[in-house]
Design a protein around this ligand. Structure first.
Ligand code: GLP
Length: 243
């Protein structure tokens, strides 16, 4: 794993945006895997600015989002589809046909997961998968557990994850959907390249464990040790406990 250490969250965002811009410059039809959460917001802001300045072109790119809540759609501000439209898609011209997000309102979530997995394959697989990190070590919504599922699947969210997402649900964790759909760790590890973005001291212990600890389903992010092309872009606070 390559570790790119940055002075600040803004530097993390700038470097991540540069990685995306470089990829789209070399491969305009690239397939991106994209995260939600607080961490990537500055990167999306930076990409939107660069797109409006004509420095990066998303017109031929395709994207697949990591995860989505079950039971809510784009009209709910807490849905990841709404997040992506607001932070990136509408600002850089990624249409609904090219910006793939699992459909939280699908009548059959299991079938939706299978369809999504097939759509990734049909697009030729993911060239660059960008990830955030849950404080409990989750990636997407692959929660710490005795076992993990490899492919896109439906999950029951753990309490810390519902709390972490409460701000878009009137600050009330009980209003956060109990279930989500997420790419599996196998889906994620099939990407040709992976960028993991982490900022802040609250994730420092998890960062150290995912790099130097054992590969364990109790820390889904530790599976990134098995991939040959992972870059961790983090700030000094997040890196503080790496030995
Ligand atoms: C969320 C998302 C993840 C995200 C993570 C970290 O619940 N499902 O994909 O990476 O938690 O979020 P944040 O960046 O806000 O800490």
């Amino acid at each position: 794993m390559i570790i790119s250490l940055c002075d600040s969250p803004q530097d993390v965002a700038d470097l991540a945006a540069q990685r995306v811009a470089d990829l789209l410059h070399d491969t305009p039809r690239a397939v991106l895997g994209l995260p939600t959460g607080r961490t990537p917001i500055r990167m999306y802001e930076e990409l939107a600015t660069r797109a409006s300045d004509g420095e990066v072109d998303f017109s031929q790119a395709t994207s697949f989002n990591l995860d989505e809540f079950v039971g809510i759609g784009v009209s709910h501000p807490g849905s990841y589809r709404a997040y992506m439209k607001g932070h990136l898609f509408d600002r850089v011209g990624i249409t609904e046909a090219r910006g793939h997000v699992l459909d939280g309102l699908a009548a059959d979530p299991d079938a939706e997961c299978a369809r999504f997995e097939e759509a990734i394959e049909a697009a030729g697989g993911i060239d660059l998968m960008i990830l955030g990190l849950g404080a409990n070590g989750h990636i997407g919504f692959n929660e710490p557990d005795a076992t993990l599922q490899a492919r896109t699947h439906r999950v029951t969210l753990l309490e810390p994850s519902r709390k972490a997402n409460a701000e878009f649900f009137d600050g009330d964790p009980s209003r956060v959907p109990a279930e989500a759909m997420t790419m599996g760790m196998g889906t994620i590890l099939k990407a040709r390249r992976i960028l993991l973005l982490v900022t802040g001291s609250s994730k420092a212990a998890t960062v150290a464990a995912l790099i130097t600890g054992p590969v364990t389903t109790q820390l889904p992010a530790s599976f990134l040790q098995l991939h040959a092309d992972v870059e961790l872009i983090c700030d000094t606070e997040a890196a503080a406990q790496i030995r």
